[in-house]
Design a protein around this ligand. Structure first.
Ligand SMILES: NC(=O)c1ccc[n+]([C@@H]2O[C@H](COP(=O)([O-])OP(=O)(O)OC[C@H]3O[C@@H](n4cnc5c(N)ncnc54)[C@H](O)[C@@H]3O)[C@@H](O)[C@H]2O)c1
Ligand SMILES: [Fe+2]
Length: 344
């Protein structure tokens, strides 16, 4: 990794999860930076908590790195971003994603969990200085992670394309990312390494789009359900996204139709194209063996209804609601929950 050597780190902290410490990748990445001193913080767990970030921040303060390298999926990158944010000082951040999903390597977001609620921290200073996309890191990615991450990419691109702050620049990135991921995910899921690079680039493009344009109600609900039920983020998006297309169609139909046509799903009349988009997502979700309901993902319907008030209230407070194309109201969230809860 020549790009990492060029960063010129002298005291390097690698932030990763135990998987990359055990398989030696964290050490190999650290060596390629040619720093004088190296420390590896390998305690990251999926959906980093505020407590974990506090532990990591103490390590940053004690070790005093000039460069932090985040190696891993969205969880490792978000944890590193938050550690750097809370430690303060003048530390540079390099992100090396190992999943094709979150886009966190190029976004102003870090998602932290506290007391069963996922809080998006949003600040321009969270954006890494450099993102290194190395498709060799994806060879061992299991199909389930390809599927989960893939639907995170699709939901970032789709939500950014119709978000309140969308612009011609973010539209170009979002549309291309959506079409590329939509076309490549079945082959990537089946293990064809040659397309994995395409999905990896699509993930980063979708991140570039949504960090400017914003997201929407799919992410607001995904954060609230993810904090409570600990289902992987992309898997929740896969469950929610078709219902979100339905909900926003009145305001975003024209753009949804454009996306459907660009992705080869056709539909000369707007309502048909929107229906094709929704059905295309449902078909792909099935092909990637993802659950269609929360019940299929292991959450009992009674647990959803028991906590419905909490789920809706956390989603309404989520900043992603602010950029949804339609003003999000309590009854809409309940309608989506009705559609996605499923039966045991
Ligand atoms: N900051 C942002 O902009 C942003 C955007 C979307 C999602 N997120 C957040 O990102 C998190 C999800 O990130 P994710 O989907 O990348 O998963 P993740 O980082 O939570 O990782 C999931 C699992 O995959 C394993 N893994 C990672 N790379 C692997 C590889 N190459 N081979 C084998 N196993 C590997 C990890 O060890 C971990 O156990 C959520 O917390 C979500 O809220 C952040
Ligand atoms: Fe996401």
């Amino acid at each position: 990794m020549q790009a990492l050597k060029d960063v010129g780190a002298s005291k390097l902290l690698v932030v990763t999860d135990p998987f990359f410490a055990k398989n030696g990748m964290a050490q190999r990445v650290a060596e390629s930076a040619k720093a004088q001193q190296v420390k590896i913080f390998d305690q990251v767990a999926p959906d980093p908590t505020v407590g974990l970030v506090a532990e990591g921040t103490a390590v940053v303060r004690e070790f005093g790195p000039d460069v932090i390298v985040a190696l891993g999926g969205g969880s490792a990158m978000d944890c590193a971003k938050a550690m750097l944010h809370f430690a303060g000082g003048d530390i540079r951040l390099v992100a090396i994603p190992t999943t094709s999903g979150s886009g966190s390597e190029v976004t102003d977001f870090a998602i932290l969990t506290h007391q069963s609620v996922k809080h998006p921290l949003i600040d321009g200073r969270l954006r890494p200085e450099l993102a290194i996309l190395d498709e060799d890191l994806l060879t061992g990615l299991p199909p389930s992670l390809v599927a989960d991450g893939g639907f995170d990419v699709l939901s970032h691109a789709l939500e950014a394309f119709v978000a309140q702050n969308a612009s011609p620049f973010t539209d170009a990135l979002a549309k291309d990312a959506f079409c590329s991921a939509f076309a490549s995910l079945p082959a990537s899921f089946a293990g064809h390494q040659e397309v994995r690079g395409k999905v990896h680039i699509a993930a980063t493009m979708a991140g570039m789009a949504f960090t400017q344009a914003g997201l929407g109600v799919c992410h607001a609900l995904s954060h609230s359900l993810g904090g409570m039920f600990h289902i992987p983020h992309g898997r929740l998006n896969a469950i929610l996204l078709p219902s979100v297309v339905n909900l926003n169609a009145a305001a975003a139909g024209e753009k949804y139709a454009k996306l459907a046509r660009a992705a080869g799903l056709g539909g000369s009349v707007e309502v048909i194209a929107v229906r094709n988009l929704k059905n295309g997502l449902v078909r792909l979700r099935r092909e990637l063996k993802l659950p269609e309901t929360l019940a299929q993902a292991g959450v009992a319907p009674r647990d959803v209804w028991h906590r419905a008030e909490e789920i809706v209230s956390a989603a309404l407070k989520d900043p992603c609601c602010r950029t949804n194309p339609v003003r999000v109201e309590d009854f809409m969230l309940r309608q989506i929950l009705e559609e996605v809860t499923g039966r045991v």
